[in-house]
Design a protein around this ligand. Structure first.
Ligand code: AR6
Length: 165
């Protein structure tokens, strides 16, 4: 079973095999953690994303799916991009948020990764309530076939929600 860790910090600094990016379906960058990963990882990541868009992902990456690229200049070996659902008060999209975690883990395991870092997917620009997102994330990473799963939380409130016993 994987060890689960919580860190208050910046995911772009993590030395793990895979860093998960809370991307959007265009795969061409954005704000939040996506912007930080592309800025720090350099243009190689975007170049691979453009290739994905020119090939199998011509229509973009669907919500809940995950795909890998190089991590460029980051310490990680790969970035796994996934698209979280936008929060909805009227529609239950929890399964899609769980899919982001499960599919990212599957892509990571297929690459041969044993360590992975997740941000709090969908809890920023996509407005998912953080306590609920933390519960969904935890349930989805249980029984993952990796050695280490690290949640990297960018602010104290998000850290508290994820690290709560
Ligand atoms: N390290 C760790 N966590 C971070 C970092 C960082 N460097 N920067 C921000 N966060 P968000 P979303 C936290 O908005 O809600 C982008 O434009 C942030 O505080 O990055 O899934 C994409 O292109 C929050 O807790 O992702 C999409 O269009 C968490 O990461 C859209 O935003 C997620 O916030 C995706 O929105």
């Amino acid at each position: 079973m994987a060890t689960i860790e919580y860190v208050l910090g910046d995911i772009t600094e993590q030395e793990v095999d895979v860093i998960v990016n809370a991307a959007n379906s265009s795969l061409l960058g954005g704000g939040g953690v996506d912007g930080a990963i592309h800025r720090k990882g350099g243009p190689e990541i975007l170049a691979e994303c453009r290739k994905l868009r020119a090939g199998h992902y011509g229509g973009g990456l669907k919500t809940g799916q995950a795909v890998a690229t190089t991590a460029g200049r980051l310490r990680a070996r790969w970035v796994v991009h996934t698209v979280g659902p936008v929060w909805s008060a009227t529609e239950d999209r929890s399964n899609l948020l769980a899919d982001c975690h499960r599919n990212s883990l599957r892509v990571a395991a297929d690459l041969g990764a044993t360590t992975i870092a997740f941000p709090a997917i969908s809890t920023g620009i996509y407005r998912w309530p953080v306590e609920d997102a933390a519960e969904i994330a935890h349930a989805a990473v249980e029984d993952a076939p990796l050695d280490l799963i690290r949640f990297v939380l960018f602010d104290q409130a998000t850290y508290n929600a994820f690290a709560r016993p």
